[in-house]
Ligand binder design. Structure first.
Ligand code: GTP
Length: 235
């Protein structure tokens, strides 16, 4: 088996990825495939933190007539559903896991405490961070950047539905150019939709590497951690 090049990673899984082909809700088979690859990472001794989105249940911008703060609160709750779903799938595979939420809901999960999270990671437990940053107007991409920096991760593994960063949307432009490497500065100046600008700037300021790749093949998680040249590296 190939060797991991990272000791500690923060995986960002989009809500859409939890839905698989269903486009809504949680697709058990998809989530199990993703989790069995996360198990391969923990079996290799890699410490894994996870931030999951909520778009498979609710998107802040969906509530266009709603107060943005309230719509974002609903989105945060959607991330908790996904966090619990992932935790359950991982536990069924025998992976120890703890869920921490940025907004306290103690009956359901631990509150987010950075030092406790890093202790869990040291003990080989996967830690899933729910509720985003706990603030409206911030995305789960920004949460991924923030938690990655806080837990001192080596890289953010940005597992997306597209397989890399392109100079334009590959779904609409067949001539879209794929980047294998790109700088934060270029992502920001060309307004490439890798992460939102807040998240990208946070990574840039803290020198946090981002590896973007497609999650349709969940084995890409292992490939990325073993240093295979898939997707795009933002650094
Ligand atoms: P150690 O301190 O390393 O033993 O970690 P631990 O997580 O095993 O111990 P702890 O006693 O903190 O937690 C035992 C179980 O209770 C774990 O499944 C935790 O996730 C859970 N737990 C701890 N604190 C809370 C909380 O505030 N709310 C909820 N819902 N569960 C909690």
């Amino acid at each position: 088996m190939s060797k991991p090049i990272y000791e500690r990673v923060l995986i960002k899984i989009s809500g859409e990825a939890m839905a698989g082909d269903n486009k809504f809700g949680i697709n058990d088979a998809t989530v199990n495939q993703v989790c069995s690859n996360i198990k391969k990472l923990t079996d290799m001794g890699v410490a894994v933190g996870i931030v999951v989105g909520g778009g498979n249940f609710w998107r802040g911008r969906q509530g266009s007539n709603m107060d943005r703060t309230r719509a974002d609160h609903m989105g945060m709750l959607a991330t908790v559903i996904n966090a619990l779903g992932l935790a359950d799938a991982l536990e069924q595979l025998g992976v120890p896991v703890r869920v921490q939420t940025a907004i306290e809901m103690k009956q359901i999960a631990e509150p987010y405490i950075r030092n406790k999270a890093t202790r869990h990671l040291e003990k080989g437990r996967v830690v899933i961070f729910g509720c985003g940053t706990g603030n409206p107007f911030f995305t789960t991409d920004t949460t991924a950047a923030l938690r990655a920096v806080e837990i001192d991760a080596d890289v953010i593994l940005l597992a997306k539905n597209v397989d890399a960063v392109y100079d334009s949307d590959p779904a609409t432009n067949p001539d879209a150019k794929k980047f294998s490497e790109i700088s934060y500065k270029e992502v920001l100046s060309r307004n490439l939709k890798v992460m939102d600008s807040t998240a990208t700037a946070l990574c840039q300021d803290n020198n946090m590497k981002i590896h973007v790749f497609g999650i349709k093949d969940p084995e890409n998680l292992v490939r990325a951690v073993c240093g295979e040249k898939i997707g795009t590296i933002v650094s």
